[in-house]
Design a protein around this ligand. Structure first.
Ligand SMILES: [Zn+2]
Length: 235
């Protein structure tokens, strides 16, 4: 059973609460993903994974937070929140959920630039939640064996599997500069760094993307995430 919070009524909520106290908050971003993917790519992936996993583990699915911390993509398109804004938004949502008797909250992050804000969520929430409420942050690429990219083979395959009508493979181009992993390691969160490192805002080669690869990776992510959640010793 999955319970999309966006479309439920008060009646639905009360009925579902008798069966689950677990909620998933998907977190995405609004930023350029090359000329071939939509700016909502991370949010699309976040929402899809959250819904699929909620079905397996019996959870509420909150509406996706479709803005993130994306200053690194300047001057290419991005609509960004500051770390403190994203952190405050998520912490307030967690406190509010706890007042609605939700006990376990999974923050499912699908954008690299959000990691800084999410790292301190547990500290920010300390003392604000009842003792029996727990919050877990999971970055979806940690559940994959493949290397993560940006609008490259992985993300493009995922969107091909989720919403193929939004992908323009005829415009797919790999990074236009040779990638330096070292530069990426210390530089990817610096405002404006991503286009400088990649040349065109793409990390990887989207021309290698296929629907079949996307489906395989989605299965890997959703199976891994369901397993991780089931091992959390839920209340
Ligand atoms: Zn992305």
């Amino acid at each position: 059973m999955s319970v999309p919070v966006f479309s439920m009524s008060e009646y639905d909520f009360k009925a579902a609460l008798k069966k689950t106290k677990l909620a998933i908050i998907p977190v995405g971003s609004l930023e350029q993903h090359g000329n071939h993917l939509p700016v909502s790519t991370d949010s699309l992936i976040a929402e899809y994974i959250a819904r699929t996993v909620a079905e397996k583990v019996n959870a509420f699915v909150l509406p996706v937070i479709s803005y993130g911390v994306s200053f690194e993509h300047k001057p290419m398109f991005n609509v960004s929140l500051r770390n403190s804004t994203l952190s405050t938004m998520i912490c307030d949502a967690c406190v509010s959920l706890s007042e609605n008797r939700v006990k376990e909250i999974i923050i499912l992050n699908c954008h690299h630039g959000n990691m800084g804000a999410l790292q301190y969520i547990a500290q920010e929430l300390h003392g604000r939640l009842p003792k029996d409420v727990r919050v877990h942050t999971i970055h979806y690429w940690h559940l994959m064996n493949s290397e993560f990219d940006h609008a490259g083979e992985v993300e493009t395959s995922l969107v091909l599997a989720i919403a193929p009508e939004l992908v323009r493979m005829d415009r797919a181009m790999p990074n236009s500069k040779k990638l330096s992993k070292l530069k990426a390691a210390y530089n990817t969160n610096v405002p404006g760094s991503f286009p400088k490192i990649t040349g065109n805002g793409v990390w990887g080669d989207p021309r290698k993307a296929t629907v079949a690869k996307g489906e395989k990776w989605i299965k890997e992510i959703t199976t891994g995430l369901s397993k991780t959640i089931s091992e959390l010793d839920l209340q």
